[in-house]
Design a protein around this ligand. Structure first.
Ligand code: SAM
Length: 253
């Protein structure tokens, strides 16, 4: 059965799923149209079909160079916008204590289940929070990180969110934005850039899964994905930059 594309999946009536804190960030004027606002459609996806989102995120794996770049043995780590744990699962063994901050309750539930299944439940605390008001003390972590979550927009970080990430990071610690967009914005705020080379594909579990999820998330490429007949879909084919890069800042000691 044909799947509805993300941009046609939800209507304004679905905005009622937002809590008041979420609404104040994602629909500050009190209304919005997810059929004309993809960012809003993603926020609805996290809350209305979290399992569908998780299937996509699980296929869009991070470049091993990104994971390898992160420090291996630190005391405390804070991740913001942890989602269903694409990065969190990698962080679990790297800090004595890891706190994963995630605003969307359904994503927190999936993340907690995954951590428990991997026996990381006692090492990683999953809590509610937003970039612009992190529920963590000053100088809390050696590494403060966000993956595919931070943008310069106030709803998804912005100036206040970056200041909060830096507040929570101890002097000499590192703030890292993984799979960043708006590199110039981050560079202007003292962030350096690292990118890891090599071909990268979205790694779906099977061809039917690739065809189904492409129909929803990359409809322009769905025909070609079906024609190629492979569960592996090069990022170039779907026209998005691969998760091969990060921007970071080491705070003055
Ligand atoms: C594309 S998902 C990425 C999730 C996860 N980091 C990953 O890489 O799979 C974006 C995440 O940012 C979260 N998010 C959106 N707005 C946020 C905000 N203002 N503060 C913190 N997290 C936010 C979403 O709930 C979602 O989990």
């Amino acid at each position: 059965m044909a799947q509805r594309e993300l941009r046609n999946r939800y209507t304004a009536a679905d905005l009622a799923v937002f809590t008041s804190d979420e609404a104040s960030r994602f629909i500050p004027d009190g209304d919005g149209d997810p059929q004309n606002d993809t960012v809003l459609a993603w926020e609805l996806l996290y809350r209305l079909e979290p399992g569908l989102y998780d299937r996509l995120a699980s296929a869009e794996r991070l470049h091993p160079g990104v994971v390898g770049w992160l420090p291996r043995h630190v005391d405390q780590i804070a991740e913001v916008g942890a989602g269903t744990g694409r990065l969190t699962m990698e962080l679990a063994g790297r800090g004595r204590r890891v706190v994963a901050v995630e605003p969307a309750q359904p994503l927190r539930a999936i993340l907690r289940r995954k951590l428990a299944a991997a026996e990381h439940g006692d090492r990683v605390e999953v809590i509610h929070g937003f970039f612009d008001r992190l529920p963590l003390p000053d100088d809390f972590a050696d590494l403060v990180v966000a993956c595919s979550a931070f943008t310069p927009s106030p709803a998804h970080g912005g100036e206040d969110g970056l200041a909060e990430m830096e507040r929570v990071c101890r002097p000499g610690g590192c703030v890292a934005i993984i799979w960043p967009n708006h590199l110039d914005w981050l560079a202007a705020r003292g962030y350096r850039y690292v990118s890891f080379p090599g071909p990268m594909s979205v790694e779906f579990g099977s061809l039917p899964e690739a065809v189904e999820l492409a129909g929803i998330f990359y409809p322009g490429a769905a025909g070609e994905i079906r024609r190629r007949g492979s569960r592996l879909v090069p990022f170039e084919l779907i026209g998005i930059n691969p998760p091969r890069d990060l921007a970071f800042k080491v705070l003055a000691a």
